[in-house]
Design a binder for this molecule. Structure first.
Ligand code: C2E
Ligand code: CA
Ligand code: CA
Length: 627
């Protein structure tokens, strides 16, 4: 049990039997009461409950006395409500709550101030009570004895106040009894303080003095359990330092830590008292603001502005900017973790948009994320259950109108999956390794089709789209070559389409993979040419067999002379490298004719056919033979 200030041995709990003579209560009763209080302390019951039990217990032992225990709060240097006996109304403690100790502040304020017992035989004539005469009269107080509670180090813990409705001065015996209760109350407060301190340390970030992640969890759990937060909307804010790794590298760990402390100070100074401010991870901070998105955004913007004034690291000014994500959070109804993910996502968007800015996670993002999650699930199920069944769209030789091959376009079959277009599920698949699974299954489909329908597809190629995630994986060429061998299909029957940006970097594994695929005999096509960084040097980085001009260019063709010039530029660039060119998205015969005249070799689009399942392709081929 907690060590405490030595109390006169006669008043120690061990001397309880002798206390019996001081009160009308039998010794067992006193002992049982004391035991009950100590058990409450040991069980960590709420402090107010334990102090109230002590006050009630003391009122029982000393009839005609009114008892109250106040707690001293070192931070605010004031007395806060603790517990009180049955003879005092709750109003009594409410009125005293927050009182600052002082030489002339009643008996309790004076006892706390002087750190010794103060007795007022008659509060009506005691100058210390002058400000409180009405208060005393209201509660029927005539005399008051106040004893400070202290711990072993002599630190003030609170005050035990005893009040009577008549003029009294404590006898020696009274004082021994009082000390008994003071001792119990001191044990309770000291223990509570130590627990609170331990808790504070566990939830504090050592470097910055802010809270840590544990505090975030605790505060959130507390808010979630608090009926006062029903239907209340707060804002959860993620603050991520920009380029902190750079500061770390430039300054070294020790100074970077100091810088982080400075950032924390600035954030705390700027946000002021908020329900929570914690260091989340490394150079990230998280805050809960008691307001909705709009107001929170303004407050965070002010913080960002204040951070543009450099921090001082020794004598050197250093500027650290923040990327912030703000999301609304209803503590009672929304799980913290989901909301936190959204705040992090919004902060990441802020980084992508150029840093030093706030992004609010709004309804559209929420809908998008929920949508993404659903699509991911549907896609994963479809992959697990082998429900990827691509469609084929013919690619036509513009010179004679005959098919040269087909593009394989992913489709999902069955239930929810069937309605989802690849323009939706492919980008979502690309956010994870699902794209590798999807890509493999489309590639396998292509080989299987060429093998199983060898007769119908004689002399035709199948073009398969490769995503960047597949392209940067080691061993792509080997895997594809194995698949070709397993199906007995010559690799040159398969064209692999990659979009322009995917092999941008000369040293990239993507380029190495492309060269290996080429080496293995596959053909390569540049997809969507003209939408990004169309350039000759890019075309020369890898020996491509085809260039596919994006359908947005085809659609510009008829619209303006400029559109026409764009299409001409596209074909000219590919021609310069002597690579055959395909126009995508050809919808009208006029477009097809204009493209042919410009020198395009191949066309693909609704003019000839929409993408169709293999079954329909066979019928289509019987009407449109390759040769
Ligand atoms: P993409 O590679 O540019 O494929 C051509 C898209 O244009 C296809 O859309 C096709 O249906 C559409 N299209 C064809 N002709 C016309 C036309 O005349 N007019 C118009 N407006 N559109 C036409 P789809 O099948 O919805 O595929 C969309 C995108 O999804 C593809 O664009 C490709 O980037 C991606 N994708 C499809 N399948 C796969 C796949 O297996 N793997 C990967 N990585 N991506 C795929
Ligand atoms: Ca394509
Ligand atoms: Ca394309």
């Amino acid at each position: 049990m907690t060590s405490l200030a030595p109390v006169p041995s006669s008043a120690a709990p061990a001397a309880c039997t002798s206390l019996e003579s001081l009160t009308n209560l039998p010794a067992e009763h006193l002992l049982a009461g004391q035991q009950r209080v100590l058990e409450m302390v040991a069980a960590g019951r709420p402090l107010a409950e334990t102090l109230t039990a002590i006050a009630e217990f003391s009122e029982e032992a000393i009839p005609s006395m009114m008892a109250s225990v106040l707690i001293f709060d070192p931070e605010s240097q004031s007395l806060r409500k603790g517990g009180y006996g049955r003879s005092l109304s709750p109003k009594f403690q409410e009125a005293i709550d927050g009182m600052k100790p002082g030489p002339d502040v009643g008996s309790c304020g004076a006892a706390a101030y002087r750190s010794e017992r103060v007795t007022s035989r008659d509060v009506r004539v005691d100058p210390r009570w002058t400000p409180f005469v009405d208060f005393a009269a209201m509660h029927g107080i005539i005399s008051a004895w106040s004893t400070p509670l202290k711990n072993a180090k002599g630190e003030l813990l609170g005050v035990f106040g005893m009040y009577y409705g008549d003029t009294r001065e404590p006898s020696k015996q009274d004082l021994r009894l009082v000390d008994h209760f003071v001792h119990l109350a001191a044990i309770a407060v000291d223990r509570w303080r130590q627990d609170a301190e331990r808790e504070r340390r566990a939830t504090q970030d050592v470097l910055t003095g802010l809270g840590n992640r544990l505090l975030l969890q605790e505060v959130a759990a507390r808010m979630a359990a608090d009926p006062a937060y029903t239907d209340v909307t707060c804002a959860l804010v993620m603050l991520d330092c920009d380029h902190f790794k750079l500061h770390n590298d430039l300054l070294g760990q020790r100074k970077a830590d100091q810088l982080l402390q400075q950032v924390a100070l600035r954030i705390r100074g700027q946000l002021g008292q908020v329900p929570l401010l914690a260091r989340f991870d490394g150079d990230q901070f998280v805050a809960i603001l008691p307001e909705r998105n709009g107001a929170a955004q303004r407050r965070v913007e002010d913080l960002l502005v204040s951070l543009r004034t450099p921090l001082l690291l020794g004598d050197s000014p250093v500027t650290v900017t923040l990327s912030a994500g703000v999301v609304e959070w209803q503590p009672r109804s929304m799980p913290l973790d989901d909301t936190l993910m959204q705040a992090i996502e919004a902060a990441e968007v802020a980084k992508r948009l150029g840093r030093d800015r706030v992004v609010v996670f709004g309804d559209s993002e929420r809908a998008r994320i929920t949508g993404n999650r659903i699509v991911t699930r549907v896609l994963r199920d479809a992959l697990d259950e082998d429900r990827v069944e691509p469609f084929l769209q013919p690619i036509i030789r513009l010179a004679d109108g005959r098919p040269s091959g087909f593009e394989v376009l992913a489709r999902l079959r069955g239930g929810d999956a069937a309605g989802i277009s690849p323009s939706v599920f492919v980008p979502i698949a690309e956010e994870s390794d699902l794209i590798v699974k999807l890509g493999d299954s489309v590639l396998r489909f292509a080989f299987r089709t060429l093998a199983e329908q060898a007769e119908a597809f004689r002399g035709l190629t199948l073009s398969v789209n490769l995503s960047v995630r597949q392209l940067v994986r080691e061993g792509l060429a080997d895997r594809a070559a194995v698949m070709a061998r397993e199906h007995g299909v010559a690799p040159e029957r398969v064209v692999l389409e990659v979009t322009e940006s995917q092999w941008l970097d000369v040293d990239s594994p993507a380029r190495a993979n492309l060269l290996a695929l080429k080496e293995a005999g596959f053909r390569l096509a540049v997809d969507d040419f003209g939408t990004r960084y169309a350039s000759l040097s890019l075309l020369q980085a890898v020996p491509f067999d085809h260039v596919k001009i994006d359908r947005s260019l085809t659609q510009q063709l008829a619209l303006s002379p400029r559109g026409r010039a764009l299409c001409e530029a596209g074909v000219a660039m590919a021609r310069a490298c002597q690579i055959p060119v395909t126009a995508e998205g050809v919808e009208t015969a006029d477009q097809a004719e204009a493209l042919r005249a410009m020198g395009y070799d191949l066309g693909q689009g609704y003019l000839w056919s929409r993408p169709m399942p293999v079954g329909r392709v066979l019928a289509w081929l019987s009407r449109h033979p390759a040769a």
